[in-house]
Write a protein that binds this ligand. Sequence first.
Ligand code: MBD
Ligand code: FE
Length: 302
Amino acid sequence: MTGKIIELGYMGLSVSDGDAWRKFAGDIIGMQVIEEEEEDRYYLRMDEWHHRIVVHTDGDDDLAYLGWRVAGQPELEEVAVLLEQNGVEYRVGSEEEAQERKVLGLLKLEDPGGNPTEIFYGPRVDSHNPFHPGRPMHGRFLTGNQGIGHCILRQTDDDAAYKFYSMLGFRGSVEYHLPLPNGMTAKPIFMHCNDRDHSVAFGMGPMPKRINHFMVEYTDLRDFGITHDKIRQEARDVALTLGMHSNDRALTFYCANPSGWLWEPGWAARKAIDAQEYYVSDIFGHDNEAEGYGMDLKMKCD
Ligand code: MBD
Ligand code: FE
């Protein structure tokens, strides 16, 4: 039985340089930027949803919140019961809070790492307004029943985080054993709630921000390649070069976004597998380049 959460539906980002983010997310990544005459925020579209990302221009340069979707009101109530049974504090979002997120209903809570977490149902889908990418694209962003992508979050207690996301129905566990410079072994945990190989991961050690990176996937290799060209032309920091992960088999690279954390454009990930495996190396590439983004571990064995 899979859980109640069906996708990573939306994300809120707090940024200090709204214009730099417009250029990054729109011109380089290809998201549609929409403004709604609100001074403190604008929106990024990736498909027919009203938005997938809210950019709050209040200056924290970190993740503001994650929005996990359930199918409907009964499922939201079931999740509320589950949270109560497991002693997790939450509150039911008010009508205004639901309107602010453009959803029909939501719960607000924190994950064990203190990451603001929202569980919602009923997103506003603007099917009357076709998705229009911020730059010409051959294909689309891969969303649908796989959600918007995946993120690596800060946790202080990986076991507690594993229990929390398992309680919500996510599956997964340690998927890599990677040697660290200090002689220890990193054992990051990857968890999925739908066909996307992982929607959330953690266990990369202490992090300065709530989020290390967000992965966004293109359906067409050409769009991935164009993004890579643009990042290289602008000489933006690349923390991990082009390469392929062993778990999701996606072709990806990691570049710095205007808030100083990482964006992982990707292409052609395989679907989540049911039975657990672990790896000691990526397949090729993903060499360390720019340092200081929390990805200085060796992803590939020699
Ligand atoms: C990923 O998406 C990732 O970010 C890491 C570090 C390892 C495997 C897949
Ligand atoms: Fe990733």
